[in-house]
Design a protein around this ligand. Structure first.
Ligand code: SPD
Length: 287
């Protein structure tokens, strides 16, 4: 490939996985080094706009729906009546938009450490920020770990951890101390859901996460796999964990009767995601 040709591609080299993924680009739109991370924006030829953080793909216009819908609807429909939701991270506001589709949710507080991510999203993914002015939404820029540590006990129904990979600012979102804060802040029956990387490539990390969640007292863990074309290996996951509760399963009828549109999520997808693939089940059996 000539140098000129090579410049037309953005490539995420995933050293830890021995793999790389490329998208063809028309041009670079922006680059900002925030106090926390480097945020880049590209216009691609086929995937719309693309956000990169510290060299890793985060969001593209074309396929972010897989991630944002699976980070929100399974947890919200697995809770009998979620009213108060907190999102840690989520600065592009895609998860926030999905949560606010649920009419019975009364408040959603989003805490991302990096305002630059939201500024970029407002500019290059305005559709993801379409609900930021919803009166139920509070968008804050602060340390999510500290926010959870200081949160009032038994005050939240759902905590969604929509962070980056467990390096840099995202690192402290994957340990016992953080999960203890989450457990304390959740009401009985509350649900924690966290992006849990690729079940194919990052199983040791996923097992550590699940172990830590169980250690602090979460139960009924479910790791839901879903396609994510631009992330390493193309398969990603969200892990859901409950604080106590008799309620199991999800409100299937409410999913079927929901009066809002989704691109990927429906009751069949939810059921399918609960059918843990054998390679994952074997890994979890030895926990
Ligand atoms: N390897 C990328 C993992 C990023 C997960 N978070 C993406 C944020 C989208 N809201």
């Amino acid at each position: 490939m000539s140098k000129l040709e090579a410049n037309r591609w953005f490539t995420e080299i995933s050293d830890r996985d021995g793999s790389a993924f490329s998208l063809r680009i028309n041009k670079k739109l922006d680059e900002v080094q925030s106090p926390f991370q480097k945020v880049e924006m590209y216009e691609t030829t086929d995937f719309g706009n693309l956000m990169i953080i510290d060299g890793c793909t985060m969001v593209s216009t074309r396929e972010n729906f897989f991630y944002h819908e699976m980070m929100s609807h399974p947890a919200l429909f697995a809770h009998p009546a979620p009213k108060n939701v907190v999102i840690i991270g989520g600065g592009d506001c895609g998860t926030l938009r999905e949560v606010l589709k649920h009419p019975d949710v009364e408040s959603v507080t989003q805490i991302d450490i990096d305002e630059v991510v939201t500024q970029m999203s407002l500019k290059y993914f305005p559709e993801l920020c379409a609900s930021n002015d919803d009166p139920r939404a509070t968008v804050m820029f602060d340390d999510g770990i500290k926010y959870m540590r200081d949160a009032a006990a038994s005050s939240i129904d759902i905590i969604i951890v929509d962070g980056t990979d467990p390096v840099g600012p995202g690192e402290g979102l994957f340990n016992h101390a953080f999960y203890t804060s989450c457990l304390n802040a959740l009401r009985e029956g509350g649900i924690l859901i966290q992006q849990s990387e690729s079940p194919l490539m990052h199983m040791p990390l996923l097992k550590d996460m699940r172990r830590a969640m169980k250690d602090v007292g979460f139960s009924d863990l479910q790791t839901l796999p879903f396609p994510q074309p631009i992330y390493p290996s193309g398969i990603w996951s969200a892990t859901l964990a409950r604080k106590g509760s008799e309620f199991a399963g999800f409100r299937e009828q409410d999913v079927d009767n929901a009066e809002f549109a989704t691109e990927y999520y429906n009751s069949g997808i939810h059921k399918g995601a609960l059918a843990t693939p054998n390679f994952m089940r074997r890994a979890f059996d030895s926990e």
